[in-house]
Design a protein around this ligand. Structure first.
Ligand SMILES: [Fe+2]
Ligand SMILES: [Fe+2]
Length: 218
């Protein structure tokens, strides 16, 4: 980034970004963005990335989520969020190089449809966002989401191939088996890998214990 964003710019962007989360559910709310920002800056210090780009990218990375929810998943929030972010940053006088760097991060933070994250800052945002879905926070969010959609607390014998998302069988444990258990293998930075390995151990121990407790062994 040619010059660091001013505190005034960061504060205006933060205010505009937070407004997108007024009706967000607890599992995907503004607190997630704040945690991702903290992680981005932590990883960014280790990886010697641009803190200005990381700050703006983290604050804006999920502003398209409301649109994705309203379209029932047809619109990709990484793509729509990048377009929304571009307008916000330009309106607030952010320089062109910074706008381009930030929207590249947002567009690829999901990987699935946006393409692979390429720049260092894009890889850090990707890692930070996924790290917030594992460890103790990840376990908490998984149960909160399951509660939001009315899923069961736990079913150790679940067959993930025969169950569907957004049903009573879409438990936190199903999310762990399908997605969360694989996050550590998807990290793209060295520091991301290190944090993911540690968080993964805690999460695996938690579900192992949950299985034992529901069996009455512990
Ligand atoms: Fe996202
Ligand atoms: Fe996110």
């Amino acid at each position: 980034m040619s010059r660091a964003p001013s505190p005034a710019l960061v504060s205006r962007v933060r205010g505009e970004a937070e407004a997108f989360f007024r009706s967000a559910r607890g599992s995907h709310d503004w607190d997630h963005t704040e945690r991702v920002l903290t992680l981005c800056l932590r990883i960014g210090r280790k990886e010697k990335a641009d803190p200005g780009v990381l700050t703006l990218a983290a604050l804006l990375h999920d502003i398209g989520r409301e649109e994705e929810d309203r379209s029932r998943g047809r619109i990709c929030h990484a793509r729509s969020g990048a377009a929304l972010a571009k307008r916000i940053l330009e309106r607030n006088g952010c320089d062109a190089a910074a706008v381009a760097a930030v929207i590249a991060c947002i567009r690829t933070h999901r990987f699935r449809r946006g393409g692979a994250p390429r720049t260092l800052e894009a890889r850090i945002l990707f890692d930070a966002d996924k790290l917030d879905s594992i460890g103790a926070v990840g376990v908490g969010r998984a149960f909160q989401f399951a509660g939001e959609i009315g899923a069961r607390l736990h079913d150790k014998r679940i067959d993930v191939r025969k169950t569907k998302p957004y049903t009573r069988e879409d438990t936190a444990y199903r999310e762990y088996l399908v997605k969360l258990g694989r996050v550590r293998d998807r990290m793209t930075t060295r520091e991301g890998k290190r944090i993911a390995a540690e968080r993964h151990r805690f999460m695996a121990d938690f579900f192992d214990r949950l299985n034992k407790e529901t069996d009455g062994v512990l």
